[in-house]
Each structure stands twice: as C-alpha cells, then as structure tokens.
Design a protein around this ligand. Structure first.
Ligand code: BG6
Length: 463
C-alpha cells in the first residue's frame, strides 16, 4: 500500500512529557500538583526528569531520525518560555532551549510541528484567574503565542494552538484526572468556549504575522465518532448528543467558526450555555484553522442513559449518554482501551464529507503497553510486534480513507521515545524508542526499525 507523495511520517510528544523541569522558573499545573500531592501519580513519579529531553535532545533527535521520524510534534511550555505572563516577556534560558532544539531538529532532517498548549496551564494563572475559566487568560495565551511565532516562525512553519482541548474539560472539570480537579459541568461548558476563543485569538495573531506565505496553523483534536449500541431510538439519541458534545463542538468551531446549533439549543434549554459576546463570536468565525490534527486511540461507544436526565440535580454532559462496553471487543488490556482501527476510516470520511475535506493528519495514534521488559530479547531490544500490528491495522484503514479521497497529509505516532504521561507517569510505554527511566539509556525497539522502513519506502507491508 503506497501512501501519497510527500506524506509526512512522524511522531508526537509534548514539552511537559519529555523535557523535565530543568531550569524552569515557573510551574505548570502538573508541576504544582506533583509538588503538593506526589502520590496522585503512578508510582509517585512526576514530571521532574521526564525523558530528559532538555538535556538529551542532541542525542535524542538523531535517534528519532534513525527510527524513521522525519517530522516531530512537540509543544512549547508557556511556563518555560515566558517570564512575565501579563506582558509575555521571555525567560532567556527557555527561549534559548527552544531555539537550539528547533535548530537541532532541522539539522537532523526533522521538520518541527509546534503546539502551544498540551494541558500545561501555568499554575500562577490557574491560581490567580482560574486558568481557562477566565477570558483574560485567553488574551494572555494569544500574547504568548505571538511571542513564540516571533521567536521561531522563521524556522517553524506548522503551528497548533491546542492539543485535545476536550481533555482539559474531562480531566480538570468533569472527571478529576487533571488539576484543578473540579467537578462542575456548567463550568466545563464555559471552559470549552473560552478555549475555542483562545485558539481563535492565537490564530488572529498568526494571520497578522504570517500573511499569505507557507505557514499553517491548526488545532489537534481527539476525535472518535460516537457509535450507538443499537438502532433503538434511545441509543441513537444518546449517540447524537455524544457526537455533538465530543466531536462537532470542536470540529465546527475550528473549521467552520461556528458552534453546532443543535448543541447550543440543548445547552441553552438546560441553562448552561456559555457566556459569549457578538464580538467574540465574530472573532471565532473569522479565525479558523488551515490544518487539522486528529488524535485517535479508541472508539467511543454509547447507549441510552440508565437514569433519565430529568431526574438529575447536577448538570453534566454525560447525563445524556452512558458508555457502552461492547461484548467481544478487542482490547489493549494494559491500557484498558478498545482497539478499533476502522474508526480512523470513519473519521477520514467525516472530514471529507462534512468538513470541506480540510487538510488533516493523524497527529497521535499508538499503543501503550505496561512492563515492556517482558518483551525484551537477550540483546535488550523490545520485540513489540503488538505495536507494529496496531500501527499497521490503523494504517490500512487510513489508506482506504485516502484512496476514497480524504485529504490526509500524514501520520504521527504517539510517541518517539517513551515519555511521562500525567497521572499515568511511566505506566504505559508508547515509544518506538525505549527509555530506561533509571539510567536514561535510550534504545530502539523492534518497531523503530519497522517504522524506519515504512517512512523511507512510503509503503505499508502486507503483514
Ligand atoms: C493523549 C495525550 O491523549 O494520550 C498524551 O495527548 C498522552 O499527552 C497520551 O500521553 C497517552 O496517554 P496515557 O495516559 O495512556 O499515557
């Protein structure tokens, strides 16, 4: 299976998950949370060292290139680059680190894709203003973004405002797996809107700076269609709402610059619709993306809720649907996620048919496995055939979507080097490259050799 010419083969990571906290003068919310409650993190491991990328990038990047990674997405940490958040003056060490690291990527034949927010709100802004609860913070984010464009826009062509904004709501405002650990459905609605507003403001700055040249800006969304348990009316209604809230809300705002009317009507009827001004809505309408990143790991399956939404006191988005565990599903049991490669095809067709076939790429997809030492051969190489199969099965469906006309420009695996992952710390390993977190020794896994062949040939082997 041949992929289109210039198809971008790459991998993704993020600043907080790879760099380590070396020389950081400000904390993001995860740094703060770890400092105050280390036991909340798997095996008590926090972001202090991560995969030591801050110190090791000159060795890590050539190793990534050996693994076939020709494009790398990472993120700039707001809390590392910026010194004064109100005025967006820079921290000299942070600015130099990102500059040198970007130069090193390019010197190694790796194209940088730079994202500006990967869950890492500076703690001071969370404390003082409530982070994304505040519209003032959306202005501060735009200032930070503009500073990053100014510093690195000469070398970085592909920019992204957010990674998985929905997870900021899920983790921080609904299900308590990210700081600030609140459970507040109505507030999560306002946060969703504020994030879309922040993204549009950062895009506005981008357009003012890069007029009509080859720079692109986008957003990275975690998407999966909501599959209904059955054709029954109750299950179909549940899937309809889940799609509106989890998928259309984000895609419509990013690509069409508007919010789905069916959703806003329900939110208004429930008395939880966000506060918005006409001026803000016009700004969102005018500042849509060029390139969409899609993170896909597992499908969402839903069913009619067991309890009628009318009987609940507190508004939460999931009063309208319950999760459905499909009997006989294929699972990654380590991570607890269903494996369903066909969803990537459904996503491709949805973008083609309902979103103007906007250029997009798979910005994350991958398989997290625990205790990978189990699979090491006598030379210490992890024989991760499960990862190769996982990637292959997803690529087959992606290829099908491309054959049918979907405008997909690339595939980025999560991740290059095993990295730290929020509350899960180092529980699930996703890398093509193993990181021994005790010694920081990095070794290519079997999948790295396979991925190199794939990226060099631009062709997927049959089995
Ligand atoms: C994605 C995030 O949703 O999932 C990454 O963008 C994260 O930041 C990845 O690391 C895997 O999550 P986990 O918890 O299984 O390691």
């Amino acid at each position: 299976m041949k992929f289109p010419e210039n198809f971008a083969w790459g991998a993704a990571t993020s600043g907080p998950q790879s760099e380590g906290r070396f020389n950081k003068r400000h904390r993001n919310v995860f740094d703060y949370w770890y400092d105050t409650d280390p036991q909340a993190f798997y095996a008590g491991v926090g972001p202090d060292t991560a995969s030591n990328f801050y110190n090791d990038y000159q060795k890590d990047l050539p190793l990534m290139r050996e693994a076939g990674i020709k494009n790398l997405r990472t993120s700039i940490q707001w809390s590392r680059l910026i010194d004064d958040f109100e005025t967006a003056t820079v921290d000299p060490d942070g600015a130099k680190f990102y500059s040198d690291m970007i130069d090193c990527m390019i010197a190694n034949g790796i194209t940088p894709y730079i994202n500006l927010c990967h869950f890492d709100m500076p703690y001071e802004l969370q404390k003082k203003y409530g982070g994304w609860e505040s519209k003032h913070v959306t202005d501060l984010f735009a200032k930070f973004a503009d500073k990053a464009y100014e510093l690195y826009g000469d070398r970085v062509k592909h920019w992204f405002t957010f990674n998985e904004p929905k997870v900021i709501l899920d983790g921080g405002y609904l299900y308590m797996f990210h700081y600030p650990l609140k459970v507040d459905g109505p507030l999560s609605v306002q946060v969703a809107y504020n994030i879309d507003l922040a993204s549009a403001k950062a895009i506005q700055k981008f357009r003012a700076r890069f007029k009509g040249d080859d720079h692109t800006i986008g957003i990275i969304l975690n998407l999966t269609p909501a599959y209904a348990r059955s054709e029954s009316e109750g299950d179909q209604k549940a899937a309809e709402f889940a799609n509106l809230w989890c998928v259309d809300l984000w895609l419509d705002a990013a690509i069409k610059g508007v919010f789905p009317e069916k959703l806003t009507k329900i939110l208004a009827k429930d008395g939880v619709l966000w506060e918005a001004t006409d001026e803000e809505l016009a700004l969102i309408k005018e500042n849509t993306i060029d390139l969409l990143g899609v993170n896909y790991y597992q499908p969402m399956r839903v069913q009619e809720p067991a309890i009628s939404p009318e009987s609940l006191q507190d508004w939460m988005p999931d009063i309208y649907f319950d999760n459905y565990e499909m009997p006989g599903r294929v699972m990654n049991v380590d991570k607890g996620w269903e494996i369903y490669p066909k969803a990537i095809y459904d996503i491709a067709i949805n973008i083609r048919d309902n979103y103007g076939n906007v250029p997009w790429f798979v910005s994350e997809n991958g398989m997290g496995v625990s205790r990978e030492e189990r699979f090491m051969d006598k030379n210490g190489v992890v024989q991760d055939d499960y990862r190769i199969n996982f990637i292959r099965n997803h690529l087959k469906w992606l290829h099908q979507g491309i054959e049918e006309g979907s405008n997909c420009k690339g595939y980025f695996l999560w991740t290059a080097i095993d990295c730290w992952s929020w509350m899960n710390a180092y529980r699930n390993r996703y890398g093509l490259i193993r990181d021994d977190i005790h010694t920081q020794k990095k070794t290519l896994k079997k999948s790295a050799y396979w991925y190199r062949k794939l990226s060099d040939s631009n062709e997927l082997d049959a089995d």
